[in-house]
Design a protein around this ligand. Structure first.
Ligand code: SF4
Length: 386
């Protein structure tokens, strides 16, 4: 089965069964998915991986389950993994244990001869799905009508679909990650007077206010579900940065109260959060940074220090295991996994690997030529950032 980005508007929507096209449930694998209770799953994955040898390269995002991450040839955040995929031109199959937009980025950055596979097609990203191509086109028309599209530079977070990245490429904009958002926004403000930031309002606001020194009143939020984004032309003209009304359903759960609460419970705790968290959480935290920054911070932390981490739970649990000499806890009291990341489980990985080993290409993610070209333009602008 080949899934082309251009054939589908929203990756998640097409994945439900035909009776319930808006549901992610009941996604079929075109084959025999092994039961999760099969005690031989680990052995089967090892065997299939060994049979594929150098033809296979497995990428594992930090938020993946341990049962899956153990089979990754390399682990990292979405950007690191896309670059790792691009650096392996000899691998015929790139199996991406992550979510849909990451597999798209890998397809954009790898050669035509390489096949990118997502073990479960229902592994989308709710944040990426909050900005569809049609909505973003409509927003751009609103900016044109307000007379500001010509001075606005679109910047999209890596966590967006390939066609949103391509939109930015076509319109003089770029992609950014949570590690280089400051540099990307600085660059964008050198190209134009305003920035349209997609799709994560929190990363956009946190970067603009805390790193670039803009004020909260320089930011407006464009709501794609309201006429003209819910903004007047005057509001759009006065704004320096137009934030898309999107967020991460995992990082958006942390609250200012969870920071207060952990400080009361754990004396001397260091609060370390991801910039996809809300502004009031980030301003209360001690440290803010990307997934790679969070890992590095903990690596460098002194033994015996206490850390409350505001990011996805699989990673926090892994960090607690990796650094037993430090007191690592989860910032929130409630469980907070990324449900779509968690869809990639061992049965799906075994199924994908065994299928490939048996000569059947499954769940290939492809991005069409035009989208690839313009998305790459936006990605290359990011890579050229000073
Ligand atoms: S953690 Fe948030 S941004 Fe990352 S894949 Fe899950 S929903 Fe998307």
């Amino acid at each position: 089965m080949v899934v082309s980005t251009t054939q589908i508007g929203l990756p998640l929507f097409v994945l439900g069964q035909s009776k319930d096209p808006h549901s992610e449930r009941g996604v079929d694998c075109p084959g025999e998915l092994p039961p999760a209770s099969d005690p031989a799953l680990v052995q089967r994955a090892r065997r299939a991986k060994a049979a594929l040898g150098d033809r296979l390269f497995v990428l594992g995002h930090h938020y993946q389950r341990d049962e899956v991450i153990q089979f990754a040839d390399v682990t990292g955040d979405s950007f690191k993994l896309a670059r790792e995929a691009a650096a392996r031109p000899d691998a015929e199959f790139v199996v991406f244990c992550g979510v849909h937009f990451m597999a798209e980025s890998a397809d954009i950055l790898t050669g035509d001869h390489q096949k990118v596979v997502l073990p479960d097609l229902a592994a989308g990203c709710s944040m990426a799905d909050m900005a569809t191509f049609d909505q973003v086109e409509e927003c751009w028309e609103v900016l044109e009508d307000a007379g500001i599209a010509g001075v606005t530079v679109p910047v999209t977070y890596m966590n967006s679909s390939a066609d949103i990245k391509a939109f930015c490429g076509r319109n003089g904009g770029a992609v950014c990650t949570s590690s280089n958002a400051k540099r990307a926004l600085t660059w964008a403000f050198e190209q134009g007077e305003k920035v349209l930031f997609l799709p994560d309002q929190h990363l956009g606001r946190n970067t603009a206010v805390l790193e670039l020194g803009l004020s909260l009143s320089d930011c407006v939020v464009y709501n794609p579900h309201r006429p003209n984004g819910g903004l007047t032309e005057a509001q759009l003209r006065d704004a320096k940065i137009i934030l898309w009304k999107g967020h991460c359903s995992v990082h958006g759960r942390f609250t200012a109260e969870s920071v207060d609460d952990v400080r009361e419970r754990v004396p001397g705790v260091n609060v370390l959060v991801h910039p996809e968290c809300r502004h009031e959480v980030v301003t209360k935290a001690d440290y803010v940074g990307s997934t790679e920054y969070i890992i590095k911070r903990l690596q460098e932390a002194p033994a015996g220090s206490s850390w409350a981490i505001g990011t996805e739970l699989n990673l926090v649990k892994r960090l607690a295991t990796m650094f037993p000499d430090k007191n690592v806890s989860f910032l929130d009291k409630t469980v907070c996994y990324c449900s779509t990341m968690n869809r990639i489980d061992l049965p799906h990985l075994v199924w994908a690997l065994e299928s490939l080993a048996a000569g059947t290409l499954v769940n290939q993610i492809t991005v069409d030529e035009d989208t690839t070209h313009w998305a790459k333009v936006a990605l290359d602008r990011m890579l050229a950032l000073p």
